[in-house]
Design a protein. Sequence first.
Length: 348
Amino acid sequence: MRILVISTDRKLFEENSGVRQRIVEYGSLVEEMHIVVFSKRQSQISNLKSQKFGNVFLYPTNSRSRWFYICDAIKIGKKILSNKGQWLITTQDPFECGWVGYWLAKKFKISLQLQIHTDFLSPYFVKESVLNKIRIYIAKFLIPRANCIRVVSERIKNSLKKDSVVLPIFVDVQKIREAPIKTDLHSRYSQFNFIILMAGRLTKEKNINFAIEAIKEIGDKNIGLIIVGGRLIEEKMPANIIFESWTDDLASYYKTADLFLLTSNYEGYGMTLVEAAAAGCKIISTDVGIAREILEEENICRVGDKNDLKEKIKKAIMGEIKSCRNLRFKAKEKYLEEYKKNWESCGF
């Protein structure tokens, strides 16, 4: 079996990235895995040619602009699929990637799997941009025409009319639990009595400003908010709000923070929630992704309700919120076995 993946994840080109490590493991399940990644010529991966590691092949589109992603990906996909064999096409989303997959699947008469990693039926998704409104129409067209659907949470599954398989992103819970503490946030930021951690891509849907405003309004300088992922805005921040660049040692951060905070407007899954829970960190999250699958009601606040968020944070500081439910996640071998079966049931 050969797999053609249509993706937007440029971290695949970073040798030590977590997503690349996962892809190598997925590739071990099949004869070959070919991944076409949307990319611009002026991006950081613009000078990279197609790469191969093991039986996994990477192809950047190196497009002139985002408006050429679809055409360029189709051109590359046609060349790949000209090699005969048993193929399955799987796409990272049911939007632009999905459209590429649909066109190729129809031309070559190959089965198509759409993956849904974001809660695109959330009202906050459609409000975010005109492009997202268009994406919803694309998804509603493509989903009924796919051979199978893979979603990453029960929340997304319950929002769809078509049958789908819930197969979350794999998180190595045991590895996080056993990881040594290399960085102690309380030692690094000894000026704070209580440290709140946020981590992830600093994109609009993550709504980092919502958390910043809540901390400002609480007004306690002994509470530190550490945001890992880069600098979101250039305006001067209070001394107790600190931005850090991305780190590969998040396990240490989770283990030494007093609270992990997620304030997204929408999430398909919420991998950082699982990671923080695995590390034993208490969590407050907006009602998104898998929050209701692993958190108690008192740990969940309403999306966009700043007063609710502030009250939850104050309760956390007072020690009045609970830890996460006991996590029961599959071992890596079992997860990979299910991943392969999911492909086989879709394409063959």
